[in-house]
Design a protein around this ligand. Structure first.
Ligand code: URA
Length: 230
């Protein structure tokens, strides 16, 4: 929200007063004086007028988890353990998953309370690659790479997937980089060739790589640099 709207909404100041406060350089956001009425205020921002704290701002939180098999990418599930059960953190209900994985898929999972940040990571428009190591039941044919690069038509969504890059690592293993994350996308892409995916592991989302020191089920907070990269 714009800082002028934020201040007007408090009902403590009218619009004219808000304009003046900004011009008089009495407003600060995160410790920095702000005079631009368009300056963005978020739930995480600390907003002051003179020495009055109008919003304390809550901490933005970011975690990477090595998702193990056999847990669901949901915040609650009546039957199975969820990825949030693996986190020993307060106020877990405020957290959400940036890019779900199937029950038996392993690998990089990002969890945060910052919706803008997770949207940047998962929206197809930002074109951040999601990189998977895939293991299949049958040999991966030479025609797969070209078909994936051209895009596959998904009738259910009535869309053609964005170009994906396939690199063979063995007869039945490959690395696949995709831009969007449609429902069961990787399995459906291999399903086009009637080739079942029997192992799926996410190695990377955009600039963020799964920390090799994290065993399945372990997690850690992202570093300031990792958060900034998205
Ligand atoms: N594609 C799939 O089919 N499953 C996943 O878990 C992730 C991508």
């Amino acid at each position: 929200m714009r800082v002028d709207r934020f201040l007007s909404n408090l009902s403590r100041f009218n619009r004219r007063q808000v304009r003046l406060l900004l011009v008089e350089r009495r407003v600060s956001v995160d410790g920095v004086v702000v005079s631009d009425p368009h300056h963005e205020v978020r739930e995480f921002s600390r907003v002051c007028v003179d020495d009055d704290v109008l919003q304390a701002g809550k901490p933005a939180r970011y975690f990477m988890l090595h998702k193990p098999q056999g847990c669901v990418s949901a915040t609650v599930d009546p039957q199975h353990p969820t990825v949030l059960d693996l986190l020993d953190e307060p106020d877990k209900h405020e957290l959400h998953i940036a890019g779900r994985l199937d029950f038996n898929t392993t690998g990089l999972m990002l969890i945060t309370n910052d919706g803008q940040w997770s949207r940047r990571l998962t929206q197809p428009q930002t074109k951040l690659p999601k990189v998977y190591r895939v293991e299949t039941e049958q040999d991966i044919g030479p025609q797969y790479a070209q078909t994936f690069a051209a895009g596959l038509y998904f009738a259910f969504e009535d869309l053609t997937t964005q170009p994906a890059e396939l690199t063979l690592l063995g007869a039945r293993t490959a690395r696949l980089s995709i831009i969007e994350g449609r429902y069961h996308q990787v399995k459906r892409m291999f399903g086009h060739f009637n080739n079942k995916v029997i192992g799926l592991h996410r190695e990377r989302m955009g600039p963020l790589v799964l920390d090799a020191t994290l065993a399945p089920g372990q997690y850690r907070a992202l570093t300031a640099e990792e958060i900034r990269q998205v």
